[in-house]
Every structure is written in structure tokens, then in C-alpha cells.
Design a protein around this ligand. Structure first.
Ligand code: GLA
Length: 388
């Protein structure tokens, strides 16, 4: 891969790239829609990555070749307006924009982007892209941006430039991911711990089930959930609740009358999901994959019924998982509304499970799903290219 991308770069720009940067997509093991509610999440980086190769130019033009689309676009760094656009070039503009707002002077670049994180499928292709770009600029211009700040800048580009009000989870894991580990992150304190994810010990794999439903409505519905859960906690704070993280289900139920039904359901998801993340961490520390699997099923139920971010295609994964003895757990991963789900399945039974899902999807008239057996991989990487 590396050689062929460098080769393409040289063909286009007639020079070597100076840096070769990459950053991964992710699965979220558990802890969904809790990051922007300042709760707990437990994501892992996966082996699918976005690659960004770049060399400095002497002028202020950013010229980029998108290898997946066979397309070139360019812009001038003096003409950056945040505009809520979501073309592939806008993510790079967004990163230039956040660095400019931070007062960091940058010059133009020639660049090539290539990714194998499937786009719009809930595996966080945008964060992988943003982090791969910041990581490259950091090295090219010796910016020495701290890792946490890299994640925050990626999030800011997505929030304020691209216009999606995402939390920090995706960019965070793309920066901090480690092979065969999940990251237990407290999104309020921004403290984290690595938790072993030794699936081989249980002869298990994580199967990603990509529904093929692109998350069209996702950003508006996502932003709506965000507002609803914020409204619920605002009301709960009036009766002495400190935050979601410290709220027990029992106390929430006592305050049910203070909230409209929909807000109560949103809050119940956040409270129970935070609890499940903590239980999942304990289960993983004991390699108790049965317990982990149960928690995944429960998480899906809560996302489907209380947070209402599932869809029939994702529910199909959950239902098939429940009816398949070698599937220990399954749930939607990421924002929902289409995209992907994950299932924890005994390795040798994966082909049979895939067949079942394909048959059921066909019978139900759903698009044919795609599958990825993911390895838990490392976070961002960078190196300088050797001239030969
Ligand atoms: C998207 C966002 C994340 C997070 C998840 C839901 O992936 O980018 O910040 O909110 O949805 O858990």
C-alpha cells in the first residue's frame, strides 16, 4: 500500500511526499450517544485507515488528489469560510480553518488522500480523515500539537466547519487507539484507561455488519438527540442532579414526572448506557465475553427503544444475533440511523452467521449488507518518507 501510494503521489506531483500519515476508523464496543453527554465510552480503533501524504509548497495553494475518487481539487488558504459543506475537500479546509483560528500559520501543500474506511457507514471515516490530515500538518510544520488537542481540533473542524455536532469519541480513538485494546474514556474529565480486548481468548471475532444504508438523515436527527438529552439534564439539574454520569437509574425514575416522556426516555438511555460501559469494562478485565455480549444486546435495546436511533436493518442484526447461539452479543455502533452494527461471534461460526444475515436481509427486502471482520489496530501513525 505505502509504495503504491508514494508512487501515485510522485506521478501526480513529480516529487516525493515529505510525510506519510495515517489514522484509523473505529468501532465503538459500547457507550453510544454518551460522549456528548459527558459520560463513558469504550471504542477501539480498527485496521481500516485513511492515508494522507503531503509535501509543502512555496505558495498558499492546497492541492489534493483523492485517490478513491480519481479526482483533484484545490483551494487557497486565504479563502476559507466555514460553510457547513460536506464534500471531501471540505474536511481538509476544515482542518486548515481550525488551525488558522488557533493562530497557527501554515503554507500550501500538495497532498494525496486515500482511505479504506467505508464512507458513511458508521465506522468513523470522517474522524480518520481529519486526524490523518492534522497529523500530517503537525509533522510538516513541526507544530507539536498534543495528542488530546489533535482530537479536539478534529472535532472542532467537524462541529464548526462541516456542521455536524459530533462528540469527541471518534477523533479521540483515532488518535489514541492501540492494538488489541479498547479505550475506556471519561468524556467529562477526559481521563482514559486502556482495556485489553483479547478476543482470541474466547475464540471470538468482531464482525461488522454494514447495512448499506447511508446515514442521510443522520446529522439532523443526531443534532436533535443532542438537544433533547441536553434539555433533559438541564431540567434534572433543577432538582439537584449533578450530571448524567453520577445519576443512578433509581434517582432518575423518582424524577420521571419532571420530564416529558420523550426526554425521560432519552435520559434513561444515557444513564443506563453509562452503567453498561462500566460493567463492560469489568467484564473485559475478566475476559468474561458472555457478560460483555449481554451488555451489547441491552445497549441495542436501549438505543432502539429509548434513544430511537436504530432502523429495521440494524434491528435485524440484533434479532439474528439473539437467535444464533454462537453470537454472544450484537448492537448498532456509532450514531445509528443506518450505518453499521457489530456482533461478537465465535470465529468458526462467522460464515454461518453471515449466511443467516444475508438470507434474512433478502427475505425482508433490505439492501444486501456488507461484512468486515475487523482487527483491533493502532491509532494515528506518521513517518517521514525516505528519498531514494
Ligand atoms: C457519532 C459521533 C460520536 C458519537 C457517536 C454516538 O459517531 O461522531 O461523537 O456521538 O456518533 O455514540
Amino acid at each position: 500500500m505505502e509504495d503504491s501510494l508514494i508512487h501515485t503521489f510522485r506521478e501526480i506531483y513529480q516529487c516525493f511526499p515529505e510525510v506519510y500519515s495515517s489514522a484509523p476508523g473505529r468501532i465503538n464496543v459500547i457507550g453510544e450517544h454518551t460522549d456528548y453527554n459527558l459520560g463513558y465510552v469504550l471504542p477501539s480503533a480498527i485496521h481500516l485507515r485513511t492515508y494522507f501524504l503531503a509535501a509543502r509548497r512555496k505558495d498558499r495553494t492546497v492541492r489534493v488528489w483523492a485517490n478513491n475518487f480519481n479526482q483533484e481539487q484545490s483551494f487557497s488558504i486565504d479563502e476559507l469560510n466555514s460553510g457547513g459543506k460536506k464534500g471531501w475537500i471540505d474536511y481538509i479546509k476544515g482542518i486548515y480553518w481550525v488551525l488558522k483560528v488557533k493562530g497557527i500559520p501554515l503554507g500550501g501543500i500538495d497532498a494525496l488522500v486515500h482511505g479504506n474506511v467505508p464512507l458513511g457507514s458508521g465506522l468513523s471515516s470522517s474522524a480518520a480523515y481529519e486526524v490523518s490530515v492534522i497529523n500530517a500538518l503537525d509533522e510538516l510544520y513541526s507544530l507539536e500539537i498534543a495528542p488530546l488537542e489533535m482530537a479536539e481540533l478534529g472535532q472542532k473542524a467537524e462541529n464548526d466547519f462541516v456542521g455536524v455536532q459530533c462528540g469527541l469519541m471518534d477523533q479521540f480513538i483515532s488518535v489514541f487507539g492501540q492494538k488489541n485494546r479498547a479505550v475506556f474514556l471519561d468524556c467529562e474529565k477526559l481521563e482514559f484507561a486502556y482495556i485489553p480486548l483479547r478476543l482470541d481468548k474466547g475464540r471470538l471475532s468482531i464482525l461488522v455488519y454494514d447495512t448499506g444504508i447511508k446515514r442521510k438523515l443522520a446529522s439532523s436527527e443526531y443534532n436533535k438527540r443532542r438537544l433533547e438529552s441536553a434539555e433533559a439534564i438541564r431540567i434534572l439539574k433543577k432538582s439537584g442532579v449533578e450530571n448524567y454520569k453520577n445519576l443512578k437509574l433509581r434517582s432518575l425514575v423518582e424524577r420521571e414526572g419532571d420530564l416529558k416522556e420523550i426526554l425521560f426516555k432519552r435520559a434513561r438511555h444515557v444513564v443506563t448506557e453509562n452503567e453498561r460501559v462500566q460493567q463492560a469494562v469489568s467484564a473485559l478485565q475478566k475476559d468474561d465475553f458472555r457478560k460483555l455480549g449481554d451488555l451489547l444486546f441491552q445497549s441495542h435495546e436501549s438505543l432502539r427503544d429509548d434513544y430511537e436511533v436504530s432502523c429495521p436493518e440494524l434491528d435485524l442484526l440484533y434479532e439474528c444475533g439473539k437467535g444464533f447461539p454462537s453470537c454472544l452479543g450484537a448492537r448498532l455502533t456509532g450514531a445509528g440511523f443506518g450505518g453499521s452494527g457489530i456482533a461478537l461471534v465465535r470465529k468458526e461460526e462467522i460464515p454461518a452467521f453471515k449466511r443467516m444475515l444475508l438470507d434474512k436481509a433478502k427475505q425482508s427486502g433490505y439492501p444486501q449488507p456488507l461484512f468486515h471482520e475487523v482487527d483491533i489496530g493502532d491509532g494515528k501513525k506518521i513517518h517521514r518518507c525516505q528519498l531514494d
